[in-house]
Write a protein that binds this ligand. Structure first.
Ligand code: ATP
Ligand code: MG
Length: 447
């Protein structure tokens, strides 16, 4: 018999509910992940008890009415939340987004039947073992994503399931079963009606999955419903000796080459969006894309805002997209000036972006670029080790020092500090207080 290790707190919740005559199971993602040998992120519990009955059963613990209307209450144990949801079915999705209303039911199987995929529709408790009405375990063993029930109907109820199917396939490197695949294609336009926030959550997991390459290849046209800007990239020939792939294939390759960190994967997905708009052919018949990174960044901004990404993510991704093809010079002065402009964190990310981008080009280009990147990494470590100055924060003088020299408070102080920093970065003067103060005085005199 299948045995799933359940944390103490969750066992307690199951015990309390069962002791009062209700049924209770862990269900969904946590069962799937346990069976896959992965640690579940959270443990969802489903029960035959109504929300008010759950509240009563835990009257000695804090219980939050987080989603009472949908049958969910949150039991707090040691400040950690556990969602307990009454068995329910969902009625009519007239907007393909939210169930119009939910109905509580007495039967676990009905609750499992409303779930999206067979691998997500299993429940477990130590007494009854695994409840697997839709052969989820077999699909898990065979690495298959399959809708519970008729795929088309399930997607009509909630279009997000289309994207969820693809993201689970990417995360676990699973195949999507045929009828489900066909329905994904025939119903893909439903994705156009979904809220950006819901799309974003799934897209993030999809991009960071180990099967991302296969999925972006197989379902490019599905993704293009969410991000129509990718349409012109599909099958676009680059006609350039640096490239061995068409534009979309290069994009996919570069996504897969980047470490599975969201900002990097997003950057790679978006970095060449501007290429089709900038395409020119020279007299030798070679294709060029002058200025494409700027256009890519503009398009990326639109997309990221539409999908409701947070400010920090947008800022980082736009910096990386705009600079992805920067011709890095292996010189310290150049590097310090760049570090001053984009910061050390972004620079490290930029190196990862260039690595991924170049690994997805012609093997010859790849070799040369990777050597240069290694050189830049060496220079960066040297700058850090020697605590070299490349920001105002590192400068041996500050605004107060200039005021003490008798300068007046005002914007000029900032101008002079920046001038001094430039001199230090360009190695025209050392970062010493004495020398910099002298230089400041001369600067003022010559003004
Ligand atoms: P993750 O591990 O990424 O959290 P998950 O499967 O747990 O994946 P959740 O969004 O936490 O995803 O949902 C928990 C469970 O609720 C799922 O396993 C599934 O049974 C069900 N579920 C979630 N979203 C849907 C949906 N859109 N349609 C049908 N069932 C859903
Ligand atoms: Mg979950």
């Amino acid at each position: 018999m299948i045995d799933i290790k359940i944390p103490q707190e969750v066992q307690l919740i199951l015990k309390v509910l069962t002791a009062q005559g209700y049924e209770a199971y862990v269900v969904g993602g946590c069962v799937r992940d346990s069976l896959l040998g992965k640690k579940p992120q959270d443990w969802d519990i489903c029960t035959s008890a109504l929300p008010q009955e759950v509240k009563k059963a835990f009257n000695n613990l804090p219980v939050l009415e987080t989603g009472l209307k949908h049958g969910t209450v949150t039991v707090m144990i040691d400040h950690k939340p556990y969602e307990v949801t009454t068995y329910r079915i969902e009625d009519q999705y007239s907007d393909n987004r939210h169930p119009d209303k939910v109905e509580f039911v007495k039967d676990l199987e009905q609750d499992l039947a409303r779930r999206d995929f067979t691998i997500n529709a299993m429940a477990y408790n130590p007494k009854s073992g695994l409840v697997d009405c839709f052969n989820g375990l077999a699909d898990l063993d065979n690495k298959i994503i399959r809708c519970v029930g008729k795929a088309e109907e399930r997607f009509l109820e909630d279009g997000l399931r289309i994207l969820r199917a693809i993201r689970f396939a990417s995360t676990y490197n699973f195949k999507i079963e045929r009828a489900t695949t066909e329905a994904i294609y025939s119903k893909k336009n439903l994705l156009a009606n979904l809220a950006g926030e819901r799309i974003q959550i799934e897209l993030d997991k999809l991009l960071c999955g180990s099967g991302v390459k296969e999925i972006l290849h197989q379902f490019a046209e599905v993704l293009a419903v969410i991000i129509p800007e990718i349409w012109p990239m599909l099958g676009f020939e680059q006609n350039n000796p640096h490239h061995i792939y068409d534009l979309w294939t290069h994009t996919i390759e570069s996504v897969a080459q980047a470490p599975p960190q969201l900002v990097l994967r997003l950057t790679m997905l978006l970095h060449d969006l501007g290429k089709p708009d900038c395409y020119t052919v020279d007299e030798k018949g070679i294709g060029h894309f002058y200025g494409h990174s700027k256009i890519s960044a503009e398009k990326a901004k639109d997309i990221l805002q539409r999908l409701k990404y947070d400010r920090a993510t947008i800022d980082t991704v736009l910096t990386l997209v705009a600079n992805h093809d920067l011709d890095l010079l292996p010189q310290k002065k150049y590097l310090k000036s760049l570090l001053n402009k984009i910061g050390i964190e972004n620079f490290r990310l930029l190196l990862e972006v260039q690595k991924a981008d170049n690994k997805a080009k012609h093997p010859e280009v790849k070799k040369e670029c990777l050597e240069k990147i290694r050189e830049m990494e060496g220079l960066l470590e040297e700058i850090i080790r020697q605590e070299e100055c490349f920001t105002l924060k590192d400068l041996a003088v500050n605004g107060q020092d200039l005021l003490e020299l008798g300068m007046k408070q005002g914007p000029e102080v900032g101008t002079i500090l920046n001038f001094l920093l430039q001199q230090v970065i360009e190695e025209r003067v050392g970062n010493s207080k004495e020398k910099l103060l002298l230089l400041a005085q001369n600067y003022v005199k010559t003004e």
